[in-house]
Design a protein around this ligand. Structure first.
Ligand SMILES: [Zn+2]
Length: 426
């Protein structure tokens, strides 16, 4: 753990001029917590203590405490756990009483790194009867548990009425902000965001409100599966992540992937996630099980814990993989030194394709666990990613062509993606 010690002297005049000074410190990527200790001399001085991140005050203990700890999942009373977004955070001071001789304040800031990470699987997009699905939160949780998922985000449309009723620890609060020109999912507890949006400024305002509430925003299914499903507001680079895979792969998801790749090509470091958009019952019953159910696709997140904020931190860091089902395949793609390592586990079958930017640098058919590494120097690129593909079942391809004839070319449905890694950047 690294620690920063700051010493400051405050006079009574300082306290009159600015009674609430702040001590900035830098939070690096991969931070899971912060501990702050304060000492004040002389003992007759009273200097209050608090904490703020980029979005505002995250805790205040006044003169009641000399130490606090905040982590993604837990915090000293008076402070709010949450994701640590990299950047400038602040220790807050309150110069409540500074005696004539002044006050000497010492603040020690200790950062806790994320530590051991492991893959956690779940579904980041499902609905209940709090919007347009028929099933209850409890039914959704039971279905998710049957499939071995560790989490399901309940993203009912334009409401947070389900948040007090989620009950099951497996269910995570979310809301799908559903406008007439595209949708996004805001993950985290409340508040209700404005959805009656008629211009891009409205999207900007909703994203600002989400940031103030420390919600994680995911641009959902930017594909024309329904008249208002495609995203036409712009501002794609303002989201925390992109839902590259929504529902069955053959439901136009290659269009979302192409938009994601276009953003990566522009240098936008946008994490990729997936979501079943499970509506209980099926939104596309004719595409059939097992493709339309919670966990299809599954989003894998490499995280320091299973608390929702650990999952959000994993998404923000881009440590994701999306696979067709909870059984995988799971592609673990990592840059180590001057090599790109790949490790494919779970349900085998298909072909692994590793990409340097748009270029395929490795294509391996496989029928079991697969590992390897590639020298970066031979394939310089702004980003790397990988996919497992297999032949698409002809019946599903036919249904997709019939449903969306203007959007489906034969080559779009010749293959299906079984798993898609997030991007990694050198
Ligand atoms: Zn939607």
């Amino acid at each position: 753990m690294s620690a920063l010690v700051v010493e400051r002297h405050f006079s009574p005049e300082d306290a009159r001029r600015d009674p609430y000074p702040a001590l900035p410190f830098t939070v690096p990527p991969g931070t899971r917590g912060v501990t702050v200790q304060q000492s004040v001399t002389p003992g007759t001085a009273t200097v209050d203590l608090g904490y703020a991140d980029q979005f505002g005050v995250r805790g205040w203990s006044g003169g009641a405490r000399r130490e606090f700890t905040v982590t993604t999942s837990d915090a000293t009373p008076g402070y709010t756990p949450g994701v640590f977004r990299p950047g400038e955070h602040q220790v807050l001071l309150g110069l409540y009483h500074v005696p004539p001789g002044g006050a000497q304040v010492t603040v020690r800031v200790e950062l806790h790194p994320e530590g051991d990470l492991r893959w956690v699987r779940g579904d980041l997009h499902a609905h209940t009867f709090h919007s347009d699905a028929k099933g209850s939160p409890a039914q959704l949780a039971a279905a998710a548990r049957d499939r071995g998922l560790a989490f399901v985000a309940v993203a009912d449309h334009n409401t947070v009425s389900h948040h007090p009723h989620l009950g099951d620890a497996l269910l995570l609060p979310a809301q799908e902000v559903t406008t007439y020109h595209g949708h996004f999912v805001a993950h985290g507890p409340g508040p209700q965001l404005e959805f009656r949006i008629t211009d891009a400024r409205g999207i900007r305002a909703a994203l600002d409100a989400a940031a103030r509430a420390r919600l994680l925003t995911v641009l959902a299914h930017p594909v024309p599966t329904c008249p208002s499903c495609d995203w036409t507001w712009g501002l794609e680079d303002q989201f925390d992540a992109l839902e590259v895979w929504n529902g069955p792969w053959l439901a136009l998801n290659w269009i979302a992937r192409e938009k994601w790749l276009g953003l990566l090509d522009r240098g936008v470091r946008l994490p990729a996630v997936g979501g079943s958009d499970r509506h209980q019952p099926d939104a596309w019953p004719d595409l059939g099980d097992p493709l339309v159910q919670v966990g299809s696709p599954t989003t894998w997140i490499k995280a320091a814990g299973t608390h929702r904020n650990d999952l959000y931190a994993g998404i923000l860091a881009g440590r994701t993989c999306v696979s067709e089902a909870p059984g995988g395949p799971l592609i673990d793609l990592a840059l180590q030194g001057d090599h790109l390592h790949y490790d494919v586990s779970g349900e085998p079958g298909g072909t692994l394709c590793v990409y340097a930017g748009r270029e395929v640098i490795c294509r391996v058919p496989f029928g079991g666990p697969l590992r390897g590494k590639l020298a970066l120097a031979r394939h310089p690129a702004p980003y790397y990613r990988a996919e497992v593909t297999a032949l698409a079942p002809p019946e599903q391809a036919r249904l997709a062509r019939e449903r969306w004839p203007q959007h489906v070319r034969p080559q779009d449905v010749a293959e299906r993606v079984r798993a898609l890694s997030g991007a990694v950047w050198p």
